[in-house]
Design a protein around this ligand. Sequence first.
Ligand code: PMV
Length: 315
Amino acid sequence: MPAFAASAPGKIILFGEHAVVYSRPAIAVPVNMVRARAAVMANPAGPPGQVQIRADDIGLDSPLDALPYDHPLALAVHLVAEQIHVERLPALRLQITSTIPIASGLGSGAAVTTAIARALSAFLGHPLTDEQVSAIAYRVDQEYHGQPSGIDNTTIAYAQPIFFIRGQPFERLCVGQPFSIIIGNTGIASPTSAAVGDVRKAWLANPDRLEPIFDEIGSIARQARKFIEDGLPERLGPLMNHNQALLQDLDVSSPELDRLIAAARSAGAAGAKLCGGGRGGNMIALVTPETAQPVADALRQAGAVNTITTTIEKT
Ligand code: PMV
């Protein structure tokens, strides 16, 4: 059997994180510059039926059977086998690599699951649809995030800019004019589940304070959709700044994120905000060809451990 390989992009949430968990709309786009990759090859020389999983980035080289059922890489394999009704997998090797920083708001978990689901299902002769891959990535995310909204797996499995409302079919965004975003990494790993859990506690304690914040974030996402579709990306800057102020009200920013956001704005970014769960991880800034370099330099000087520039192409 030949080897099968697949890859999946990272993602950023442009507008609406956290409020999306409470069924307000959000906008996310794939980031193709960073990717997770999976390769599956037969291992006829290995012990019969043994699935060997290797992920050098996390120092893992283990038979599937030695991992807990709900280990994220193992669970991805089990769910693919269940989906295509394979009771016993043939002896194979699964290799996973990724350039997406872990626990930093770029969707690394969903991208790894997506790449595994695509490569393994193709190897087994039953390539899964985007919808099936997305559902598997959602189930794996559920183990680790508690109650994910589903925006990560959807953006990554379909690899499209999307307008997303939890529990509704997602909509593909038509991008009227391309625009560029710089992603700045604080270098602080921050599990999404902690920030999402704290927002939930705050909401349970005081829904009257949080509901209007979620509403306002949702209305920002709707306005942003219109500007993106109408080809007016320069108008997204003030919306990003407003969204960031509301995320601060939700207490999911951090001094490091605030520092990078302030540096990006001072260097000429039209707007900037955290992206994803917050408390660490990454922020994003809206740039033009003229401001891209000064903003990237300013982010580095303000402590960003890495910057990525990504363009959202016209669709
Ligand atoms: O940190 P990320 O990239 O997994 O994004 C989380 C986005 C949240 O809205 C905070 C949670 C969710 O499930 O949508």
